[in-house]
Structure formats: C-alpha cells, structure tokens
Design a protein around this ligand. Structure first.
Ligand code: ATP
Ligand code: MG
Length: 387
C-alpha cells in the first residue's frame, strides 16, 4: 500500500482537445510549488493528477492547495487491482479516519473508471461496506447523509480515500496571458490580483507613490502585499513609479475637484505604456462599482478612455464585506489595514467629481504636457522582483 495524493482538476476537465495543455501547465505549477519538498513522481491517470508523496503530507497539501486549477486534493492509499488488497485498504482507511472524529455512519462510493474490472461499482461498494461493518465496531451504513464517505476509484491502480480538501479551482497560471495589476496599499487591489491569477493570468504589479510625501514604509507595505500575493501567483515583477510631480502639476493647473480622476488617467496611461513594452495585454484594478467617487460608471468610463488596453476589474460587482472576506482568506487583510499613506490621499479634493464628462476632463488635460509628464515619471521608475 502506497500513500499518494490525488488532485481533481475541475474546470480543466471541460477543455476538450486543449485539456493536455492545461494539465501540463498545472503539473509544472505543482512542481514549482513543491520545490524543496520530497516527492517521487507526479503522473496523470484518467482525469486526475497523482503525486507520489514522501515525508510530511500536510506540508505538501498546504502548498499544493494554493495552486490554481485544483478543485480538491485527497490523501489516498494506492493498491494493485485486487479485491483482497482492497478489503484491507478500505478497513485501514476507515479506521484511520474514525480515530480522529466522532463518526457513526458511512457509505462506500465506487467509481469504476476501468470498465474491464470485472466487478461493477455497486457490487464493489456493497462488498466493501460489508467488510467495514464486520471489522469496525459501532458503525452503520447511511446512504443518504453519511458522516463518512469511503471513496474507491478503480483505474490502473485502485485508490481509496475519505477526504476532499478544497483548493481554489480556477485555471493554472500562465494559461490566460499576462496582466498588470495596479497595486495600492489598500484592501481591494491585492484581492483583484488574486482573482485574475485564479483565472490563469500571470500577474505583474505597478505601484504609484508620491515620495517623499508618502513614506518609504508605505512602499515596504506594498512590497509585503506583493510578497503574500506571490504565494499564489508565483514571482511578481513590481514596477514602482513616483507620480508626485504629476500630482503637483495637476494641482497647479486643473480644477481641484478633478484631481482624482485626472491622476487615475495618468496611472492608466503609465501602466499601459509599461504593459505594452513588456508584452502584457491587460490592466487589472481593484475598483468596485460605486465604492468611491472615482468608481461610478461615469468615472470608470472616463478612466477607460485614457487607454486602449482592456482594464479588468474583477471586484466590480462585489460588496466591501465580500472583498474583505477574500482578503482575510488569502491573508493580505492584516497588511492592507496598516495605516500608511497612499499617494491618492495627497491633494485629495474635498468634493471630487462623481460624474465627470470626458470633454471637460480632456479640456483640463490640455493645460498639461501629458507626454512629457509621463516620460519624466518613467525615467525614475524602479523595478523589484518579488518572490
Ligand atoms: P484599494 O483598496 O485597492 O486601495 P480603493 O478602494 O482605495 O482600492 P482607489 O483608491 O479609488 O480605491 O483605487 C482604485 C484602484 O486603483 C485600486 O484598487 C488600485 O487598483 C488602483 N490604485 C489606486 N491607488 C494606487 C496606487 N497608489 N498604486 C497603484 N494602483 C493604485
Ligand atoms: Mg486605495
């Protein structure tokens, strides 16, 4: 009896002819995340991926379950296709599980993937149920709501398991192009990056600061956020851009209530420029409809018109409470709420426009040398590799 981990892939299973490509990407992500941990082999068998694990299984599971594309992970006992072996395995697996929980009822569920196996699924389940009843005291069968499922998958080998540990689902990183995340120090943008990465997007990040008005510690905070995010996304290249001069110029030459929307258009343009130079095809923000003045439909469309690249806003329909729930789950929340200054709070207008008109905003921009300001800001851009 060998111990292996089985991995169920969910959505990848729907990929038809492209399935192999997605599975191979997933396997390469799993290998990356297992770096430094002992395992013998990773292989595919009819719809699932298996890891011949060694050593501390819990540690391996904790890492692997953060890989996108995985729906659940099960620690399994793997045996040859033999009914006597199977009887021993189901009893052992069930006993193991019962030790830790108050389990009174169970059900055996068999999946005969190998149709050449001579005994049909219901009959295998029935026989194994009987063996468990005979060997473990105090258990009874409940086919509708059992405390414990004992799963039997019959393939090249037979796999026996009880647990389905949840992964995040989604698609493997790198199967859906590249995106540049506008990463502030707030709660929302790390969550937005996480959600797009979950759809298979390889994420880079860009942060805007107003040093020396914003502190170095504020930038450290953003790096810490990127670091937490990189647990899920793999290494992140983070671009840091100082927009103080741009903000000063807007402040000097444009109406006060347009500060935020004008800054946002600069951020988008700078991000698009860097994205184009680095083969990145989309921008990602943490905007959510109606959350603040710059996130009304009117503001979002005036922001959109500053660039041609698509802007992905995965939080657009989420409430703050839902966003916070995800932030807590992915462990960015505690860092996000540290109280450092953000560049957006500098020159913050008392009454920002909530329904900007594109013509009016463009009129204001005619007071600025947009290209020159962008070029200047890019000259002092710094790049950090975050792992
Ligand atoms: P967050 O919690 O992500 O900071 P927010 O609710 O504070 O978002 P805004 O300040 O309007 O909202 O920012 C909206 C989005 O714009 C952010 O989610 C982020 O993607 C981007 N953004 C804002 N400020 C910055 C910044 N300093 N650097 C990079 N991106 C930024
Ligand atoms: Mg913010």
């Amino acid at each position: 009896m060998d111990k292996v981990l089985s991995i169920s892939v969910g959505e990848i299973a729907l990929k038809g002819l492209n399935r192999r490509y997605f599975e191979d990407k997933l396997i390469s992500q799993i290998k990356k995340c297992l770096h430094g941990l002992p395992y013998k082999r990773i292989y595919k068998e009819q719809g699932k991926i298996y890891i011949e694990a060694e050593g501390d299984l819990e540690k391996i599971i904790n890492r692997v379950k953060k890989v996108f594309g995985i729906v659940h992970i099960s620690p399994c006992v793997r045996i040859e296709k033999n009914m006597e072996e199977l009887k021993k395995a189901v009893v052992e697996v069930a006993k193991d599980k019962i030790k830790e929980n108050s389990i009174k009822t169970f059900k055996v569920e068999t999946n005969r993937v190998d149709k050449k196996f001579p005994i049909k699924s219901p009959e295998v389940s029935r026989q194994m149920g009987a063996v468990i009843l005979k060997n473990i005291e105090g258990l009874s069968v409940d086919v509708s709501k059992p405390d414990l499922y004992v799963y039997v998958d019959i393939k090249e080998y037979i796999y026996v398991y009880t647990d389905k540990i949840k992964g995040y689902g989604g698609l493997p990183i790198g199967t859906n192009g590249k995106g540049l995340l506008l990463l502030s120090g707030g709660i929302d943008s790390p969550v937005a990056g996480f959600l797009m990465a979950k759809r298979g997007v390889e994420v880079s990040a860009m942060h805007f600061h107003s040093y020396p008005f914003t502190s170095e510690r504020a930038e450290e905070k953003v790096k810490s956020l990127a670091k937490i995010l990189s647990i899920y996304t793999g290494k992140i290249r983070m671009y840091s851009v100082n927009i103080l001069d741009i903000q000063k110029e807007i402040n000097k030459k444009c109406p006060e209530d347009q500060m935020t929307i004008l800054s946002r258009r600069f951020m988008m343009r700078i991000a698009e420029r860097v994205a184009n130079e680095n083969n990145i095809n989309a921008l990602i923000t943490g905007e959510s409809l109606g959350q603040v003045a710059s996130q009304t439909i009117e503001s979002l469309s005036v922001t959109n018109s500053s660039v041609n690249m698509p802007i992905f806003r995965p939080l657009i329909g989420l409430d703050k409470t839902q966003i916070i729930e995800i932030a807590k789950d992915i462990e960015t929340y505690e860092t996000s709420i540290l109280p450092y200054d953000d560049c957006c709070t500098l020159f913050l207008p008392k009454h920002p426009v909530t329904k900007p008109k594109l013509e009016v905003i463009e009129e204001s921009e005619r007071n600025l040398d947009v290209e020159e300001l962008i070029n200047k800001a890019l000259e002092t851009m710094t790049i950090h590799e975050i792992e």
